[in-house]
Design a protein around this ligand. Structure first.
Ligand SMILES: [Mn+2]
Length: 481
């Protein structure tokens, strides 16, 4: 075993400790057809990769207290000629530390035998293995009835256990995340140099992603958002097909993946290299809010605490800019800031850009610990098409509304929200024209340390003067047109 497979073996040991002499069946991801015999780019399921380090599709891992078994696609000369190399059964043992390995075609027969003797099975229903697992499990009760074999009648989802392990990053994982952050930062820096009026958003994307690849990242952590002008007010805009104009801001939310860990950076800068007055004013508010959020990110704090710190500063700024009708306290109590800042301040970051882990433990906001990594990303988005906005004078608990959205579903929750707001008094407020169509988000990747935090992505400038200076630098790449 190499050092990499030792890392995965240690994770399996930690996982097995949590499931206490039971057995777990963990499936890999499958390829998804794009069209005909062309597949979408494959990326292994993060939980599966976390425990195995094995990157091929269709595999299954079986974890027992004293045995690690991998089911893999068998070597097949013809298939490999067409579709690429397979590690195969022997390679699974030699290179991935499997005690035993089989062709995935033999899953049912081997698994049926393997599950006998256990009273509890860890397996997540709802995936591609459902059919094959129910076939195996359906054959077990008769063996119990006829021969008295112990078979697993309890089936437990292992996902929350793996999520807890993924939430706290080991030193090796932090190294990968730092590397992903550094590569992503370099890409953003190049994007600021490259962007210019007349270029298309996707051309800036290509310049940035060139740097990602050149610096050793095989793929992005998520689809790049390259949103100019009013596109920046669309949170998950990924068309990236607009031709940029003089005077636009460009919001880029993009990051590289390295060693199966993804960074997550957003920067917003002027396409022509100079912020206008209104752009500058909005940007300064978002930057101050981001700094307040990062300052609040210390051991023992909570993601909610960071959100409140950001929201306070952001709302003060929105009031100063004349974007809100009332004072700061009312704007927070009535959640009027949500008209312009409608998302959370951050999320866990790791193998997945929105990484595994709950925000609450036993109903309470989770305390931050050294080794946890997440984003801080306030934003202000002023719709281009809304001259007058209605602000309702209804005080409500954002936690309760969020919970209701989770339990009832967005559609039903929204209609309840609508009905409650409808009954409340409201004020109409004209949105100052100079701010309409401006969207600004600033996002960095934070690691909680023993003493406070480390901003892993602070090599991309955020101060207005530094951003303008960087925009004025020459790109390493040539522009077309
Ligand atoms: Mn993010």
């Amino acid at each position: 075993m190499n050092s990499n497979s030792i890392l995965h073996a240690e994770r399996r040991r930690q996982f097995l400790e949590q499931i206490d002499s039971s057995v777990a069946v963990i499936p890999a991801a499958s390829e998804q057809t794009r069209n005909d015999d062309v597949e979408h780019e494959f990326r292994q399921d993060s939980d599966f990769f976390f425990l195995t380090g094995f990157a091929e599709p269709d595999a299954v891992a079986v974890l027992e207290p004293d045995r690690f078994t991998l089911f893999v696609r068998p070597r097949d000369r013809e298939m490999e000629t067409w579709n690429g190399y397979r590690v195969g059964v022997e390679g699974a043992k030699e290179r991935y530390g499997a005690d035993e390995a089989y062709s995935v075609d033999d899953l049912e027969s081997v698994l049926q035998d393997r599950l006998i003797g256990y009273s509890e099975l860890y397996f997540a229903w709802g995936g591609r293995l459902d059919g094959r697992m129910s076939a195996v499990l359906g054959k077990l009760p008769p063996l119990h009835e006829r021969f008295g074999y112990q078979v697993p009648f309890t089936i437990t989802d292992p996902t929350p256990i793996i999520a807890e392990l993924r939430l706290r990053k080991s030193p090796a994982e932090i190294d990968s995340l730092r590397k992903a952050s550094a590569i992503s930062a370099d890409g953003h820096i190049e994007a600021m140099r490259y962007a210019a009026p007349g270029q298309f958003e996707y051309q800036v994307q290509a310049a940035m992603e060139f740097v990602f690849r050149q610096n050793g990242s095989m793929r992005n952590g998520y689809p790049s958002i390259v949103a100019s002008g009013a596109n920046a007010t669309v949170l998950h805009y990924t068309e990236n097909d607009r031709q940029m104009e003089d005077g636009d801001l460009l919001l880029i939310d993009a990051a590289a993946e390295f060693g199966y860990f993804s960074a997550d950076i957003t920067r917003t800068f002027p396409v022509n290299g100079r912020f206008t007055g209104p752009q500058r004013a909005v940007y300064e508010v978002v930057l101050a809010a981001e700094k307040a959020g990062i300052a609040a990110a210390v051991p023992g704090a909570t993601m909610r605490g960071i959100h409140l710190a950001c929201t306070q500063i952001l709302t003060e700024g929105l009031v100063d800019l004349g974007l809100l009708p009332l004072g700061v306290d009312d704007s927070i109590g009535f959640h009027h800031y949500r008209e312009f800042f409608m998302h959370g301040t951050g999320h866990w970051l790791g193998m997945d850009v929105h990484d595994a882990g709950t925000h609450k433990v036993a109903g309470e906001h989770r305390n931050l610990e050294a080794g946890m990594t997440f984003t801080v990303e306030p934003g202000i988005y002023v719709r281009a098409d809304r001259e007058v906005t209605t602000f309702h004078l209804l005080e409500y608990d954002l936690d309760e509304w969020t919970e209701r959205r989770m339990t009832l579903g967005a559609k039903q929750a929204r209609s309840l929200e609508g009905a409650e707001l409808e009954k409340a008094e409201a004020v109409e407020h004209t949105i100052p024209a100079e701010f309409r169509g401006i969207g600004v988000r600033i996002e960095d990747d934070i690691l909680i340390t023993g003493a406070g935090n480390e901003n892993m992505t602070d090599s991309v400038p955020v101060e207005l003067d530094d951003v303008e200076a960087l925009c004025a630098e020459a790109s390493i790449l040539t522009r077309s047109g």
